[in-house]
Ligand binder design. Structure first.
Ligand SMILES: *Cc1c(COP(=O)(O)O)cnc(C)c1O
Length: 452
């Protein structure tokens, strides 16, 4: 998990085991890679391709690393990165809380009996059903994101049994990330603006429902989420200072001291060899010190910190396996390698221009590398998985490719574009593979098409 200088090379394939492969990854014979003690080529043979492989030990180790780095904080896993019942079980066993942002994600948590008080409900536009389900299950906190929602929640809550809420504040901190995931700046859809006074108005509105005889809401704290793939620790420090200043204002104005401060997630993960990872130790040190100092200055008690990593918990645990279907050599232009998946199982390159890498597995080769671009099978020219990678010049249809760092925002964002069935999720641990989510079938797809 160390920062590395980027060494870009078009001739060296990524080593079998790197910072972006699961921690249990080991080189196996015949150019194969084993994860969780199971050879990837064997998984491809047993379960078919494409397939997502997920290393349980890696997920759990990263969850534990967060708890060890921030023992005083609540670590809430952002479920939208990847969610299924087994994953929720691991998160629960490792002592994490769970962020959900829809009734659907909440229903999964409920299905496995995840403790309601450890659930945080997000969403910039919650449906009436989301709100009802959250109240019915008794989720620990609802992060409110609009004035309509505050009224809706207050009216639906049981008077005298106040629902704890956090206010999502837009602190005006630019985390210098892709526009589609920049959520700390002013001009985007999330949160109440700090500078425009909307956050102060939201505080007033929530407290109106709290400071009454039969309170419907209880303002537990403030929340912000600055975006995703953030490598800078300073932006979190700045957001913390701004939110604590707002907490001091709330104390001065209303005499209410807020016990919680939620700084969101967005901790970066390196997707390609040499990409910087997020420095969790430095984050813990810096944020802890900044919060302590700001609270001293404002004479506030130190609030309990919540952090919400999604990608940082699960991205590196995942490897996607594809089979090469065909190749196209356009001399002087590019060599295309087309595989049996694509933007339906990994939409991130098309959405954000994200870079990935890939490597041949399951067959040893001494062939020299040459640059190739791995593309999917969908009807879009933007259906690219990884551009200009070094792959062996003897690559051919039938070969297997492994794409690392695909545990987050892959299955959860997968589609059935072109009526292509979504891949299974296969967990590996201690030499054993098991299906967490089975492969989608054409019957699954056609079951919804109910009328001729
Ligand atoms: C998406 C999201 C996260 C997690 O983001 P990552 O980039 O996966 O760490 C955390 N909090 C909120 C509110 C989010 O919307």
């Amino acid at each position: 998990m160390k920062n590395q200088v980027r060494v870009s090379s078009t001739t060296t394939p990524w080593p079998l085991t790197t910072t972006m492969t699961p921690s249990s990854a080991t080189a196996a014979d015949e150019g194969d890679l084993a994860v969780g003690g199971v050879r990837l080529a064997e998984i491809a043979a047993t379960y078919g391709t494409p397939a997502y492989v997920l290393d349980e030990a890696d997920v759990r180790a990263r969850a534990r690393a967060y708890r060890a780095a921030l023992p005083e904080a609540e670590i809430a896993y952002a479920g939208k990165a990847f969610l299924c019942r087994a994953m929720i079980g691991w998160i629960q066993a490792e002592g994490l809380s769970l962020d959900v942002c829809s009734g659907g994600e909440l229903a999964l948590a409920r299905h496995v009996g995840f403790p309601a008080e450890r659930i945080v409900l997000h969403g910039n536009a919650k449906t009436p059903r989301d709100v009802q389900d959250a109240l019915a299950y008794g989720v620990g906190r609802v992060v409110v994101d609009s004035t309509y929602e505050i009224t809706q929640l207050a009216v639906a809550a049981h008077p005298g049994r106040p629902q704890k809420v956090l206010i999502r504040v837009t602190p005006g901190v630019d985390a210098h990330t892709h526009a589609a995931v920049a959520t700390g700046i002013e001009d985007q859809k999330f949160g109440f603006s700090l500078s425009a006074g909307a956050a102060a108005d939201a505080v007033r509105q929530v407290l109106h429902w709290q400071l009454t005889e039969r309170p419907a809401l209880e303002l537990a704290g403030l929340h912000c989420h600055l975006g995703s793939q953030i490598t800078s620790v300073d932006v979190f420090a700045e957001a913390a200072r701004r939110l604590i200043a707002l907490m001091a204002w709330i104390r001065d104005e209303y005499g209410v001291v807020l016990p919680e401060l939620d700084l969101g997630g967005g901790h970066a993960v390196g997707y390609c060899d040499g990409d910087p990872d997020f420095d969790l130790e430095q984050y813990a040190r810096t944020v802890r010190a900044v919060i302590a100092k700001a609270c001293r200055q404002h004479r506030l008690p130190v609030p309990r910190l919540t952090v919400e990593p999604g990608r940082a918990i699960v991205a590196r645990a995942g490897v996607t396996l594809y089979r090469v279907l065909t190749m196209k050599r356009n001399p002087g232009i590019r060599t295309f390698v087309a595989v049996d998946g694509g933007m339906s199982d990994n939409p991130r390159p098309a959405l954000y221009g994200s870079a990935y890498t890939a490597r041949l597995i399951g067959r040893a080769t001494t062939a020299a590398s040459e640059p190739m671009t791995v593309v999917g099978r969908h009807c879009e020219a933007g259906d690219v998985i990884a551009r200009d990678l070094p792959l062996p010049s003897d690559l051919r249809p039938g070969d297997l490719l492994a794409v690392p760092c695909t545990g987050a925002y892959q299955h959860s964002m997968a589609s059935t574009y072109n009526q292509v069935c979504r891949p299974p999720v296969i967990a590996v641990r201690d030499g054993v593979a098991r299906v967490l989510i089975r492969r989608e079938t054409l019957e699954d797809l056609q079951a919804r098409d109910v009328s001729l």
